[in-house]
Write a protein that binds this ligand. Structure first.
Ligand code: CA
Ligand code: CA
Length: 440
């Protein structure tokens, strides 16, 4: 578990959690994404890629792009000279945005602190997500977890099975839709239908092309499923820039134009801005930063007398003021951890969000991975309300964003500053996700 020293008057400690930006240093042979001119069909792409001795890993359908494995640099050069090829880009690594923190286990059903903080405890709202499909683009879902079934009838995997073999996806899925029953936990939208879209492997790792495969599947099939997919949650990402993979962005834009709201985690690197994270930087997604749900405790740290209060920015969260001109920035903050306790040795220690555990029961994880699904669950509730008013109604992603921002709790006041190294205020207190005011 990563911990963070407080800023003390005497010394500024270097930030311990920065990771290298891997995307820029990848070689341009090996695994790549070949972007073709618009309209170049699968057959033409297949011939072009095989023609240089490369292996096709996946053809995409909503963009003219193909994931390929190149035998050498010469193959890349041949492809780059092909008249139908626009660009050959590296297939960058993508990671899940959470870390484990503590165990769980209880008799009866617990209403997790995050669900309570956003006002979505059972009985508090007139909506449960019934009839709303939510794609969980992650490590898969636990198909036998008693607090998650029944899952959506179809699924996607970039690997061999849709089943979760890591636990991250099952935890995220539970925050969205753990069932309101007598066991485990309850999610924000307990009657929503989660669809497993497995784009990360058993270690929580994927690449741009595995994510593109999952989103391509949603864009191609989501509207025809019962219930249709209305929301996508992606608690994952990598360091990057807006246009470093135009094909990935194009699939996200397709979903946006279809009226599917894509909710993503802002990232767990407080020294980066949302504008430096993919896919969080895309103007078409709703990027969610992490805050604490509850007051923390102080274990008698000698240099810091206070506590880390509820609705503080998490010490690990990536943030970044929302810029209406570009559409880039954090939409809203939401709980990505129960609390942060100050230890006796003056570290901030995260207590994770309680949710469904791979194999049954519950466990705790913290990260912006846990913040995003709170918002995805609320968007599912908004969709249910929209369809109740008009069965042919639509909730445009931009309207979802505008409502989440306008109706957030404590706009202008929260999130409070994290009193830890590496955190700096981004210039906007965008508020904390609030389900009741959004659904009024
Ligand atoms: Ca339950
Ligand atoms: Ca902010």
């Amino acid at each position: 578990m990563k911990r963070f020293l407080f800023v003390l008057a005497l010394v500024l400690v270097t930030f311990p959690c920065a990771r290298p930006a891997a995307a820029q240093s990848l070689p341009h042979d090996g695994d790549v994404i070949v972007i073709f001119r618009e309209g170049v069909d699968v057959g033409q792409r297949d011939r072009a890629v095989r023609g240089v001795g490369a292996t096709v890993r996946r053809h995409f359908h909503t963009v003219a792009a193909t994931a390929a494995r190149l035998p050498d640099v010469a193959a890349r050069q041949f492809l780059e000279q092909h008249p139908e090829v626009v660009a050959v880009i590296p297939d960058g690594p993508v990671r899940a945005h959470a870390k484990p923190a503590g165990g769980g286990g209880s008799a009866g059903q617990v209403v997790p602190a995050g669900v309570q903080r956003i006002g979505a405890a059972p009985g508090n709202l007139g909506f449960t997500g019934l009839g709303i499909g939510v794609a969980v683009a992650d490590t898969g879902l636990d198909f036998t977890h008693a607090d998650l079934t029944p899952l959506g009838s179809a699924c996607f995997t970039a690997f061999s099975s849709c089943a979760d073999d890591n636990g991250h996806g099952t935890h995220v899925g539970g925050i969205i839709a753990a069932r309101n029953n007598a066991r485990d936990v309850v999610g924000v939208a307990p009657d929503a239908t989660p669809y497993a879209v497995k784009v990360l492997d058993s270690a929580g790792n994927g690449t741009d092309s595995t994510v593109m495969g999952g989103l391509d599947w949603v864009a191609t099939n989501g509207a025809n499923l019962v219930p249709p997919i209305r929301v996508v949650n992606m608690s994952l990402g990598r360091a990057g820039q807006l246009n470093d993979n135009p094909a990935l962005r194009a699939i996200v834009q397709t979903l946006y134009n279809q009226g599917i709201t894509v909710v993503v985690s802002a990232g767990n690197e407080p020294d980066l801005e949302v504008s430096q994270q993919v896919p969080a930087t895309y103007p078409e997604v709703l990027a969610i930063a992490s805050s604490t749900a509850l007051d923390g405790s102080n274990g008698r740290c000698r240099f810091f007398a206070g506590i880390i209060a509820a609705d503080s920015a998490s010490s690990f969260t990536t943030d970044g003021r929302f810029d209406p001109a570009t559409g880039i920035g954090v939409t809203v903050s939401a709980p990505g951890e129960d609390r942060e306790n100050v230890t006796r040795s003056c570290f901030a220690q995260s207590v994770g969000i309680l949710s469904t555990k791979l194999g049954g029961g519950t466990t705790r994880l913290f990260g912006t991975s846990m913040a995003a699904p709170h918002a995805a669950g609320v968007v599912a509730l908004m969709w249910e309300k929209t369809l109740l008013l008009n069965s042919a109604g639509l909730l445009h992603p931009e309207d979802a964003r505008a409502t989440l921002r306008a109706k957030a709790a404590l706009v202008g006041e929260a999130p409070l500053d994290a009193p830890t190294t590496g955190y700096s205020f981004d210039g906007e207190r965008e508020g904390i996700l609030s389900a009741p005011s959004v659904l009024q």
